[in-house]
Each structure stands twice: as C-alpha cells, then as structure tokens.
Design a protein around this ligand. Sequence first.
Ligand code: CIR
Length: 256
Amino acid sequence: MYTNAITRKPGENFAEGLTTSHLGAPDYQKMLQQHQAYVDTLKSLGLQVLVLDSLPDHPDAYFVEDVAVVTPQVAVVTNPGADSRRGEAHLIKDVLSKFRNLQFIQPPGTLDGGDVLQVKEHFFIGISERSNQEGAEQLGVILEEHGYTWTAVPIISGLHLKSSLNYVGVNTLLVTSAFQQLDFFAQTFSGYETIILDDSEIGAANTMLVNERLIMPVGFPGAREKLVKLGYPLIELDMSEARKMDGGLTCMSLRF
Ligand code: CIR
C-alpha cells in the first residue's frame, strides 16, 4: 500500500515543456484543475500528498516521476535524458531525503523514471531516447543491492516504457498492441496475463494502480470495459492537458 506521494504544481509556462504530440495548445486553468483532481484522488485513496512549488525554469518539472525511482529501501535520483530536464533532478533531493536514503544515477548514465516499471520484486527498465544502457545498469546495480531483479527493455516507439506498458495488478500487464507485437515481448514478459489496447486507445496505456484502485484517463471506453474485469474499482481522470505535453497519470507523482 502506498502511504505517500510527491507531486509538483504545474507552472504557468508549462506549455513550454517538451512535446511531440499534436493535440493543440494546452490550457493552464484546465491543467490546474486536472492536477488538483489528481491530487485529490490520491488523497482520497489514503495517501499523504505533498504538492511542491512549480519551477519556472523547468516547465516539465511537474512530471516528477521522471526524476526519481523510489523503493521502500532507497530513492534513486535520476539523471534525466533530456537536456532541458536535467536540472530538475537535484531539486527533488531535499524533499526525498526526508523519506529515504538517496543514491544517484551518474553521467554518462541517463534515466527517466517513466522508463522504470516495477512489478512486484522485479523492475523493467526501458532503454529509450531518454534512458541509456549505462543508466539502466546503474539503477540495476542499486536495485540488486536491495534484493530486486531487473530486465532492460528496448523502447522503439513512444516516449517511455510506461507510455506503452503498465502493471494493473492480478499479474496483468496493460499494453499497446504495437508494443505487444514486438518480437521480444513474449519472452521478456512471459508469465504475465496481458490486456491489449486497441490502436485507437493507446492513450489508456498509462493507467495507474494505487492501493487497489485503478486510475485511468477518461475517454477510453474499450479499455475501461477490459479493465473493469480485473475487479478493481475504476477511477477516471481527465488528463487532456498533460497528454498534450506527452504526459500521463504515472508521470505526475512519485508514489511510495
Ligand atoms: C517530457 O517530454 O519529458 C515531458 N513533456 C513529458 C514527460 C512525461 N513523463 C512520463 O511519462 N513519466
């Protein structure tokens, strides 16, 4: 069960963050409302939620997931792969050190938390445009010290591993059909059940399991129908503005 979450308020200039999506210009007031609903939802599930101040010099900083990987034993501060985001990492140190001992991904290693998917005692680490092999290995060494195992996963499309794949409980992975068709998928993810998303609903891949509830983005009825069968109560949140900035549900918090 998670007891804590760290989030960060989106800044007024959040639209200056990195994006590859063509979903139109994001709206700040809507973003704030959606962020508040997100925070309120985590609180309603019993988490204590810290909301850090926005960082005007780092318009993507509210995607706090990317700057750390938190386990019960240690928090690993990452070295984000995008130049514009690198400075965010050391700005999370003070708050994280109140909860965990810290370790650090060191250059030339790069790593974004969005590429790190924990499934029970195992971590899948995406090697993407943001996270390199060196970063994955550094994280892997730290995780092994604490009894975890890990596997590297090549990310060929989409920003991060968790843009395409998430763990939704009941030994089940939620995955886009494109990702599921990659030749390494069956072997790398053997032993799990899969729920495969239609191509028109890849935006639902970033669904988040928190304290026996599944939080999913609104607007994906096909995914909803498949997920409801897992038996968890579903909560739908409007993520329209974060999606315009290539972000989703998991990106906006560190949960531990
Ligand atoms: C970026 O490109 O870095 C941000 N605009 C979006 C980051 C999303 N983070 C995540 O998926 N963990």
